[in-house]
Design a binder for this molecule. Structure first.
Ligand code: NAD
Length: 246
C-alpha cells in the first residue's frame, strides 16, 4: 500500500473527486482527515474510509476562513500528531460571461478556489516545516492552462493555483516539502450537474477517449503524487483529461 502510515487532510472531501480521493487514500493505507462545509454528506466518505480499515475523522471546515482551517488543523494534530499530506481539493463554480459576471460570483470563486488553497496551505505548513517533510497537492484545472468560455473567475483561480504550486515548489522544496498540481479535464461529479446535456455531449465529443473522466481516475493520480513513489516529482502540473486540450 502506497500511503501506509501517512496522515492526509483533504478539503472538499464530502463528494466528487474529494470523496474518491479520500477513499483511494484509505485503500492505500492512509489515515484520513476529511474536511468539508457539508458535514452531513461527509459521513458517507468517513464510512467508506473506515470500511477500508483505516482511521478517519471528519471536520466541518470552510476553506474561505483562515480561522476555520486553523481550527481543523489543530483538531487533526490533536488526534493524529502531524499531517503528511494536504490535498487542496475544495472548489466551486459560478459561471457567467465577462459582461454578465457579478462581483459576488467573482469573489465567491476566488475565495474558495484560490484563497482557500492559500488558507489551508498556511494552516498545515508550520507542522510540515517543523518535521522537514510533507506533500501539498493542489486542484487546478485544464482551463487554468487554456482559459474557458464563461469562467473568468474560475480560470483566474485555477491559473493562480498553478502559480502557487510553482512558487511553493521553489520556497518549500529546500525544506523537504513537495508541491504539485493536478489539472483535470471534464470529470463526472456533481460539479457538472448544472451543465445541460447538450453541452455535456459536446464536451464529451471533444475528448479523444470520447467519455468524461471518473473521480477515481483523478484520485489515482493524487495517491501516486502523495506517495514516496513520486519523490522526485515537484512543481509539476499534471493533466488528467483523456487527451483533451481546449
Ligand atoms: P464537487 O462540487 O463535486 O465537490 C466539491 C466539494 O468541495 C464539495 O463537497 C463541496 O461541499 C466542497 N466545498 C465547496 N466549498 C467549500 C468550502 N468553502 N470549504 C470546504 N469545502 C468546500 O466538485 P468536484 O468536481 O469533485 O471538484 C473537486 C475539485 O476539482 C475542485 O477544485 C474543482 O474545481 C476541480 N476540478 C473539477 C473538474 C470537474 O470536471 N469535475 C475539472 C477540473 C477541476
Amino acid at each position: 500500500m502506497k500511503l501506509q502510515n501517512k496522515i492526509a487532510l483533504i478539503t472538499g472531501a464530502a463528494r466528487g473527486i474529494g470523496a474518491a480521493t479520500a477513499l483511494k487514500f484509505a485503500q492505500e493505507g492512509a489515515t484520513l482527515v476529511a474536511c468539508d462545509i457539508h458535514e452531513d454528506i461527509l459521513q458517507d466518505t468517513l464510512r467508506h474510509c473506515r470500511d477500508a480499515g483505516v482511521d478517519a475523522i471528519g471536520l466541518a471546515a470552510n476553506v474561505t476562513s483562515r480561522a476555520s482551517m486553523d481550527t481543523a488543523v489543530q483538531a487533526a494534530l490533536a488526534q493524529f500528531g502531524h499531517i503528511d499530506i494536504l490535498v487542496n481539493n475544495a472548489g466551486i463554480t459560478r459561471d457567467a460571461r465577462l459582461e454578465k459576471m457579478t462581483e459576488d460570483q467573482f469573489d465567491a470563486v476566488i475565495d474558495v478556489n484560490l484563497k482557500g488553497v492559500f488558507n489551508a496551505a498556511q494552516a498545515v505548513l508550520p507542522g510540515m516545516l517543523a518535521r522537514g517533510s510533507g506533500v501539498i497537492l493542489n486542484a487546478s484545472s485544464i482551463v487554468g492552462l487554456c482559459g474557458n468560455f464563461g469562467q473568468t473567475n474560475y480560470v483566474a483561480a485555477k491559473a493562480g493555483v498553478i502559480g502557487f504550486t510553482q512558487t511553493w515548489c521553489r520556497e518549500l522544496g529546500p525544506k523537504g516539502i513537495r508541491v504539485n498540481a493536478i489539472a483535470p479535464g471534464f470529470i463526472q461529479t456533481p460539479m457538472l450537474d448544472s451543465i445541460p446535456d447538450t453541452v455535456l455531449t459536446r464536451m464529451r465529443d471533444q475528448v479523444p477517449l470520447r467519455r468524461l473522466g471518473q473521480p477515481e481516475e483523478v484520485a489515482n493520480l493524487y495517491a501516486f503524487l502523495a506517495s514516496d513513489e513520486a519523490s522526485y516529482i515537484n512543481g509539476a502540473v499534471i493533466e488528467v483529461t483523456g487527451g483533451l486540450r481546449l
